[in-house]
Ligand binder design. Structure first.
Ligand SMILES: [Zn+2]
Length: 208
């Protein structure tokens, strides 16, 4: 099954996608991770993307579309895939439709307050990039990574002002996409305000 996960930043799409990928044995394709790899490796795309992401803005279509199209046509996507964080615009959805068919679009939702609160508790290791959450994935020692003893920090785009900007951008750019998929009858809405476990059960139900 070819699945698209939609939802605002901080809704827990990534966590749900990782579990779903294991359960259904199909790849999890996260544009965020693909972009962060490019940023870490300081590729041309990565340098451009970083300045935009730090401001809470979206990375332009043409930088991302080619990368995703190529990924979806690899052999491991033959039995399906989970697209996480892409498409974000109708244009991107139409570009994807040129190379693959989408079977189900899961729209995970929660209020802005829930999201701002949740992202304020997210911390990232400056060495290995592992992401902790002070409620759900706590490090054993405060402020220090369990895996590599690196220092944990808050990403610029997880700070409340940046989160509010990201949610504003998300609504402006992505909500038309939700209507686009609704018209095609592909959308299933899921409540993302519960625990990661509750959210995963709802997502699993939505694709079953
Ligand atoms: Zn680490």
């Amino acid at each position: 099954m070819n699945i698209v996960l939609i939802g605002p930043p901080g809704i827990g799409k990534g966590t749900a996608a990782v579990k779903l990928s294991k359960k259904l044995n199909i790849p999890h394709i996260a544009t965020g991770d693909m972009l962060r790899e490019n940023v870490a490796n300081k590729t041309e795309l990565g340098i451009k993307a970083k300045s935009l992401m730090d401001k809470g803005a979206l990375v332009p279509d043409d930088l991302v579309i080619g990368m995703i199209k190529e990924r979806l046509q690899r052999d491991d996507c033959k039995n399906g895939f989970i697209l996480d964080g892409f498409p974000r615009t109708i244009n991107q959805a139409e570009e994807i439709a040129k190379v693959v068919k989408t079977d189900r679009v899961v729209n995970i939702q929660a209020s802005d307050d829930v999201i701002v609160d949740r992202l304020s508790k997210r911390k990232v290791c400056e060495q290995c990039g592992f992401t902790y959450h002070l409620e759900y994935i706590k490090p054993n020692r405060e402020g220090i990574c369990d895996k590599c003893s690196g220092m944990l920090y808050q990403r610029e785009d997880d700070k409340p002002e940046a989160v509010k900007e990201r949610l504003k951008v998300y609504k402006e750019k992505t909500e038309p996409l939700i209507n686009y998929y609704k018209e095609k009858g592909l959308i299933v809405a899921v409540d993302g305000s519960g625990t990661p476990e509750e959210e995963f059960e709802l997502v699993l139900k939505a694709v079953s």
